[in-house]
Design a protein around this ligand. Structure first.
Ligand SMILES: Cc1cc2nc3c(=O)[nH]c(=O)nc-3n(C[C@H](O)[C@H](O)[C@H](O)COP(=O)(O)O)c2cc1C
Length: 388
C-alpha cells in the first residue's frame, strides 16, 4: 500500500472497505448538500501569509480546551453509529484520541455504551447529549456520564428534528443493517468489515437499547427516535439541562451571534460554531464563514470552538488564527477508522498535526497560542454582506 499522506488517502481506503450504507451515511449532507460542500470550499477561500527568515525552532501546538491540556486543539466530534464504521469503533477512536492527547466526544447515538467506553479507556472523555423530551432519560444519561467519569457534557442544540439526507432513505440505513438483497450483496464484498462485525456483540445503540423506556430491540428503537427529540426546546430548557450537570458544559450547533449570546446566558463554558457538518439546515452558512460574527459578539466572554469542514491541519490553523480556541473533526477521523481501525484514527491525527505544525512554521509562528488574523488573507466580504 502506498504511504498515507493526507486525509483524502484515508477517505479513499474507507470508501472501499465499509458497506455503502455507512459510507453514504457519513459522506453526505442534507438535501442539495450546498452547506456540506461549502464547509470545505470556504476554508479553501482563505489564504495563508508566507513569511521567511523567521526563527521557527521550538514550536508547540499544545494548548488547552476548556482548561484541559491538549497536544493540539483538535477534538474528536461526536459521531453517531461510529461502531458501524468499524467494529467497536467508539472504543478504538477513544483510545487513539487518548494516546494522542486530544479529547474524544462520545455521541448519545453511539454503538458502544458510555460504560463500555469508560471501561476501555483510562482518561475522562466527553459525552454528547441531544436535547430529548424525556427529562427522566436525560437525567439518567447525565448520571451515567458522571458515574463513568466523563469530564464534560457537549449538548447538541441544532437537532430538534432531523435534516433529510436522501441517500440514507434510499439505502434504508439502520443499525444493525437491514438485510436486503442489495445490502447483503454489498456487505459480502467488505470482508474485513464483516469479520470485525461478526466478532463483536456491539451492534445496537448501546446508550439507548435497554435504557430508554420501551426500547428493548432495534424495531422499537426507530419509533423511539422519531418522537424522542424535543421540537419545543427553548433556552429555559437548555438552562435546566445545564443545572443537571456540575462539570464543564459545551453547547454545540451555534451558527448565529444572537444564539451565541443566549448560550452565554445559560452558563456554558464554550460553544461550538457548527452546522452539524452540513447535515441539518441546507443553505445555512459554512461554519468558518459564520465564525467571525460570533467571535465579535461573544469571543471575549466565552471559549468559541468550531467544527464542520475541517479536513487538514491548515483548516485548523485558519480557524485558530481567526480566533477559535478549539476545533473538532468528524468525518476526518471516521475516514481513518473505517480505513484502518484505531491505527487509522491515529493516522488522521498525525496527518493533521503535521500539516498544522508545518503550516504554522511557514507562516512564521512557533506557538499555537500566539496566532492571530495577521497570518491570514481573508477575501473581502468573506463573512457576507447580507441585506438587513
Ligand atoms: C456520520 C456522522 C454522524 C454524526 N452524529 C452526530 C451525533 O450523534 N451527535 C452530534 O452532536 N453530532 C453528530 N454529527 C456531527 C459532528 O459532531 C460534527 O458536527 C461534524 O461531523 C463536523 O463536520 P465534519 O464531519 O465536516 O468534520 C455527526 C456527523 C457525521 C458525519
Amino acid at each position: 500500500m502506498p504511504p498515507i499522506t493526507c486525509i483524502e488517502d484515508l477517505r479513499r481506503i474507507y470508501e472501499r472497505r465499509v458497506p455503502r450504507m455507512f459510507y453514504d451515511y457519513a459522506e453526505s449532507g442534507s438535501w442539495t448538500e450546498k452547506t456540506f460542500r461549502e464547509n470545505t470550499s470556504d476554508f479553501d477561500d482563505i489564504y495563508l501569509r508566507q513569511r521567511v527568515a523567521v526563527d521557527m525552532t521550538g514550536r508547540s501546538t499544545a494548548t488547552q480546551m476548556i482548561g484541559e491540556d491538549v497536544s493540539m486543539p483538535v477534538a474528536l466530534a461526536p459521531v453517531g453509529l461510529t461502531g458501524m464504521q468499524d467494529a467497536d469503533g467508539e472504543i478504538k477512536a477513544a483510545r487513539a484520541a487518548e494516546k494522542f492527547g486530544v479529547p474524544f466526544t462520545l455521541s448519545t447515538m453511539s454503538i458502544c455504551s458510555i460504560e463500555d467506553v469508560a471501561e476501555h479507556t483510562t482518561k475522562p472523555y466527553w459525552f454528547q447529549v441531544y436535547t430529548l423530551r424525556d427529562e427522566d432519560f436525560m437525567r439518567r444519561l447525565f448520571a451515567r456520564a458522571k458515574d463513568a467519569g466523563c469530564s464534560t457534557i457537549v449538548i447538541t442544540v441544532d437537532l430538534q428534528l432531523m435534516g433529510q439526507r436522501h441517500k440514507d432513505i434510499k439505502n434504508g440505513l439502520s443499525a444493525p443493517p437491514k438485510l436486503t438483497p442489495k445490502s447483503v450483496a454489498n456487505m459480502m464484498t467488505k470482508v474485513q468489515w464483516g469479520l470485525g462485525m461478526l466478532g463483536t456483540k456491539r451492534r445496537f445503540f448501546g446508550n439507548i437499547v435497554g435504557h430508554a423506556k420501551g426500547v428493548d430491540d432495534a424495531s422499537s428503537l426507530s419509533s423511539w427516535t422519531a418522537q424522542a427529540f424535543d421540537q419545543s426546546l427553548n433556552w429555559e430548557q437548555i438552562a435546566k439541562f445545564r443545572k443537571m450537570w456540575d462539570g464543564k458544559f459545551i453547547i454545540k450547533g451555534i451558527l448565529d451571534a444572537e444564539d451565541a449570546r443566549q448560550a452565554l446566558n445559560v452558563g456554558a463554558d464554550a460553544i461550538i460554531v457548527s452546522n452539524h457538518g452540513g447535515r441539518q439546515l441546507d443553505s445555512a452558512l459554512s461554519s468558518i464563514r459564520a465564525l467571525p460574527a460570533i467571535l465579535d459578539a461573544v469571543g471575549d466572554q466565552i471559549e468559541v470552538h468550531i467544527d464542520s469542514g475541517i479536513r487538514s491541519g491548515q483548516d485548523v490553523l485558519k480557524a485558530m488564527a481567526m480566533g477559535a480556541k478549539g476545533t473538532y473533526i468528524g468525518r476526518a477521523f471516521v475516514y481513518g477508522l473505517g480505513a484502518m481501525g484505531e491505527a487509522g484514527v491515529t493516522k488522521a491525527l498525525e496527518v493533521i498535526h503535521k500539516e498544522l505544525d508545518l503550516s504554522m512554521a511557514l507562516c512564521g509562528r512557533r506557538n499555537i497560542n500566539d496566532l492571530d488574523r495577521d497570518i491570514l488573507l481573508i477575501p473581502e466580504g468573506f463573512e457576507g454582506h447580507w441585506q438587513p
